[in-house]
Structure formats: C-alpha cells, structure tokens
Write a protein that binds this ligand. Sequence first.
Ligand SMILES: Cc1cc2nc3c(=O)[nH]c(=O)nc-3n(C[C@H](O)[C@H](O)[C@H](O)COP(=O)(O)OP(=O)(O)OC[C@H]3O[C@@H](n4cnc5c(N)ncnc54)[C@H](O)[C@@H]3O)c2cc1C
Length: 320
Amino acid sequence: MVLIYIDQDNQEIKKASLEAISYGSALAKQLGTSAEGLVLGTVHDDLTTLGKYGASKVHQINNASLNHFDARTNSNVIAEAAKKLGATVLIFAHNINGKAVAPAVSVKLNAGIVTGACQLPNTDTGFVVTKTVFSGKAFASIQIETPIKVISINQNSFGEVVGDGVAVIENLAIDVPTSTLKITSVNKIEGEIPLTEASLVVSGGRGLKGPENWGILLDLAKALGASTACSRPVSDSDWRPHHEHVGQTGIQIAPNLYIAIGISGAIQHLAGVNRSKTIVVINKDPEAPFFKAADYGVIGDAFDVVPALTASILKAKHGA
Ligand SMILES: Cc1cc2nc3c(=O)[nH]c(=O)nc-3n(C[C@H](O)[C@H](O)[C@H](O)COP(=O)(O)OP(=O)(O)OC[C@H]3O[C@@H](n4cnc5c(N)ncnc54)[C@H](O)[C@@H]3O)c2cc1C
C-alpha cells in the first residue's frame, strides 16, 4: 500500500498534500496497490474529498495534540502508523514539514529515501526515482532497494490530478507520545498566501531602487491576486521583510507563475525559483542573465512596464 502523509496547517490541509496524493495514487496504480492518506490531528476540511485526488481511504489519528506540527512526535507517529497499516511506500510533499519528517521516518522504518523527486519512479526493473540536483540544474536517478521506500516530491513537479472519487475515513488508534515541545505563542502573517503555497508570485529586486517604489509591484500583485517576493539584497536592506526573500539562502518556491521585476537572475536567486512553471522577466538590461531562464521577457524600464501591465490586467478583468 502507498501511504501519503497529509500535511495540515491550522487544521486545514496544505495544498502541497493534494499533489502528493495525486502522485501517490498514480504510483499505487503502477504498483497495483491502493493509495491511502494519513492525517495527524483534527482538521476542518472534509477528508472524503481527498478521494478526488486518488486516495481510496484516509486514516485519521484524531488526537488534537497533533494539531501543532512537531517533527519528532509526527515522525514517530507516522512510522508507527506505517507499520500498523503495512505501507510499503510512503509519500511526503517536499515542503518544510515534509523535509523535517520524511528522513526521520525513513530511519525509523529502515527505508531507503529519495527527497525532492520530480517524476514517478520507474518500476520496470527495480524502483528508480529521479530527483533534481544542483539547484534544479541536473537530474539524478536513484535506485531504492529496501522493502519499504520513502519519497518526498518537489512541489509542482507532478500537479494535482482531480477525478471524482470519495475517500473512506477510518480512525486509526496510535499511542501519541507526549511532545517535548511546548508552544507558547504562534505569530502568523495574516492575510497573505504563504509563498510556498502561492501559485502566483510577483517578485522585485534592486532594480526597483528603493522601498518607496514598491507600490507598482504591490498593485500588480493585487491585480493578479499574487503573493510577493524579493531578492536577497532587497530584504537585507530592509526594503522588504525577510520572509519574502527567495533563493538559495531564502525560501525555495515553485509557483505556476513567477514575475521577476528588476532582478538580475544571479544563480543564487535562480536556485530558489527555477522550478516555477512559467517565468516572466521584466528588466531594462537585455543582457540580464534572468532572460536565459525566462519563458517570457520584457526588455524595458520597470517603472513604465509594470503600471502598464497592471492596467491591462485590470482592463481584462473588469473591462474598464
Ligand atoms: C552565498 C550566497 C547566497 C545568496 N543567496 C541569495 C538568495 O537566496 N537570493 C537572492 O536573490 N540572492 C542571493 N544572493 C545574492 C545574489 O548573488 C545576487 O547578488 C542578488 O540576487 C542580486 O539581487 P538583484 O537581482 O535584486 O540585484 P542586482 O544584481 O543589482 O540586479 C538588479 C537588476 O535590475 C535591473 N534594473 C535596474 N533598473 C531597472 C529598471 N528601472 N527597470 C527594470 N530593470 C532594472 C538591472 O538591469 C539588474 O539586472 C546570494 C549570494 C551569495 C554569495
């Protein structure tokens, strides 16, 4: 059985888990077995809807102490659940929580692991998983030979496959160890889609000259319903908050659309954004390296191009 870890935040299922279920379900079909989900804690979402993504069953450990993510507790509980259910393959989203628990689970189950997979495994003659390496510049194919296998999949590498199934919900009784973590407060940024979950991102670099000019970028993001990001020097200079910094040393994202405004496209920046499905670059320097990674490029001054783009989007949306 293929068991997919369904990650939750604030009792809501994370979008990345829907892709993980789709991937796990396709793999289960390939292996002639079932795809089943595992939810830790109580959630507000209707878990039967996870059947749409291919999960025939969802096992829920209905214990509210699991609502706050704790890598140590969660990895223990997931490993115990996998043993109890007889899972042979475990799938995680390669997001911040998946990165924290998948390796620990693989140790507990003595399972081979591939993190950051980008394709379904090739199971013709073994179990070979392909992943991206060198910040997405190359691929490595790795054979897993242990009876139990663990895979975390890169965001946006497989996509969500939506059908019309309905999952059966089953309560799973697992002893939950007492957490050694005590959460005293949670400070969340309200009103914004977290960058790692965003499908549209508008990002700015030093080409915008200063924080006082960010209005044109924010207007574009608002018109599109996009989240905002920035290059490292921008957050280092306190033009924008640090949680917007993307790149090798910042957040790594893979939205459907990434619009880069006044960003040169240094390799350290690209390392965090080059898995985006479509990249649009706006830069006044035709030699800017970012154009090599772009699907669409506009050579022009951001202060002319961005307001014109925003106006066209608003016109297309509202006909005004
Ligand atoms: C170890 C290490 C880790 C790093 N990690 C990261 C990271 O995680 N993320 C990251 O972003 N960087 C990172 N960097 C820094 C990286 O190397 C670059 O210095 C940085 O990405 C450059 O930021 P920028 O493109 O905003 O600025 P610049 O390189 O100054 O580029 C500004 C761009 O704006 C264009 N421009 C100027 N005016 C306009 C205008 N009016 N209209 C349109 N375009 C205009 C210019 O042509 C230029 O291409 C790292 C560096 C190191 C050494």
